[in-house]
Design a protein around this ligand. Structure first.
Ligand SMILES: Cc1ncc(COP(=O)(O)O)c(C=O)c1O
Length: 396
């Protein structure tokens, strides 16, 4: 069972693991609580598919009996890499893709590949916060570019100025952005690409929410900018509803991808052959289309239900993508305490803004089945209202 003590939780989610490396707040918070929550509203992906549902996407479960459970292809099978290269509209070939264990491993090997001691790096904040945690630990000097309330847009002008003046070795961005859901515009990406090319900066995009954009299909930043300076990281966990396969990838130029492959020898060697086989079978263009539409429709329905239930309690940032909502709590900045009370007293799990360097905000999952979501949103509304009333009563 999780600890009863908020002091312990604070230390667990933000204490130092090693010199220069803090605990990964968001993942620690979720790992400590998600399996004990009665109502888990902390997920950032769409409700996961069941194995039998993949049969509708062309998987023959019986055929899995024949698979030899070996190491397979350590950089991912040619079939899977071919399927993924098709997502990028011809910008990359199959040997310019590396399959990883989730996009989390892709981010790790991207950091190992590009971060060197005492060089400058840029990142947008808030974001998933894996790279802002890892890069300084690897010796990089991190320049943080803050997105700000209420627009939360990526500050492209400032990013270009920073790239031109400071010439960072790489710039790490999360687009669509976790937690704010904001999507960068195509012309902003082009301008950023031009500045990076002039300055010799590599642009690394964590695009794990690519394909969920509510305003319709968008190209990857890699297609818009080009593989000479851009790298795309993505995976099957969020939009495609298969986090348990642990399939992620890096797509970019051959030199960088091959170097990342060499680092992967140290981190996990290979993806699971079972996951590789399942992913290469289901990732056909019509299934991709279906899965992306499934996610968008769930996001749209649940986002509407969320606003109608919670807009009196929270200031909601209208979602543009991702499977979650970003919302301000108008009556307090201590959202860690609120998240803790929701969990401890009601078994409801949401993510505190503190894990995104943004106290005063909550990230709340919208990926549930839309038939049950309005009931969940109502439970959350009642719980938040009670917390608000209590805090007014005790004069907090
Ligand atoms: C932006 C972002 N990148 C990477 C990950 C890691 O996901 P996975 O390893 O399941 O692909 C997450 C998970 O929440 C995320 O939000």
């Amino acid at each position: 069972m999780p600890s009863e003590d908020l002091g312990y939780i604070k230390e667990a989610i933000s204490g130092e693991l090693r010199r220069g490396l803090r605990a990964f707040c968001l993942e620690r918070w979720q790992s400590l609580h998600e399996n004990y929550a009665k109502l888990n509203m902390s997920e950032s992906g769409v409700s996961p598919l069941k194995l039998y549902e993949l049969e509708e996407l062309g998987l023959n479960i019986e055929s899995l009996r024949e698979i030899e459970i070996g190491y397979g292809w350590t950089r991912g099978s040619p079939e899977l890499r071919e399927r993924i290269s098709e997502l990028y509209g011809g910008e990359v070939e199959e040997e310019e893709i590396l399959i990883t264990n989730g996009s989390a491993e892709a981010n790790l090997v991207a950091a190992l590949t590009t971060v060197s001691e005492n060089y400058l790096y840029g990142t947008d904040v808030p974001n998933y916060m894996q790279l802002p945690g890892l890069a300084p630990f690897l010796g990089g000097k991190m320049l943080k570019l803050m997105r700000s309330h209420p627009s939360w847009e990526f500050p492209v002008g400032e990013a270009i100025r920073l790239i031109e003046e400071k010439r960072p070795k790489a710039f790490f961005m999360c687009n669509p952005n976790n937690p704010t859901t904001k999507v960068m515009k195509e012309n902003a990406l082009e301008e950023l690409g031009d500045a990076a090319r002039r300055s010799g900066t590599i642009l690394i995009f964590d695009e794990v929410y690519w394909g969920s954009e509510l305003h319709g299909d968008r190209k990857s930043a890699l297609e818009i900018i080009g593989k000479d300076v851009a790298v795309s990281i993505s995976g099957l966990s969020k939009v495609y509803g298969m986090p348990g396969l642990r399939i992620g990838w890096i797509a970019g130029n051959k030199g960088l991808v091959n170097k990342a492959w060499a680092f992967k020898d140290y981190t996990s060697i290979a993806p699971s052959v079972l996951s590789d086989k399942i992913a290469s079978t289901v990732l056909k263009p019509d299934s991709i289309k279906r899965l992306r539409e499934r996610s968008r429709s769930i996001l749209k329905k649940n986002s509407d239900a969320f606003s109608s239930k919670l807009s009196d309690v929270l200031e909601i940032v209208p979602p543009e993508a991702g499977m979650f909502v970003w919302a301000r709590v108008p009556w307090t900045n201590d959202t860690l305490e609120i998240s803790w009370e929701l969990f401890k007293d009601r078994g409801i799990l949401v993510n505190p803004g503190e894990c995104f360097d943004s106290p005063g905000f909550l990230r709340i999952g919208l990926g549930h089945d839309p038939s049950s979501f309005p009931k969940h949103a109502e439970e959350l509304r009642i719980a938040l209202q009670m917390i608000r009333e209590k805090s007014v009563y005790i004069g907090k």
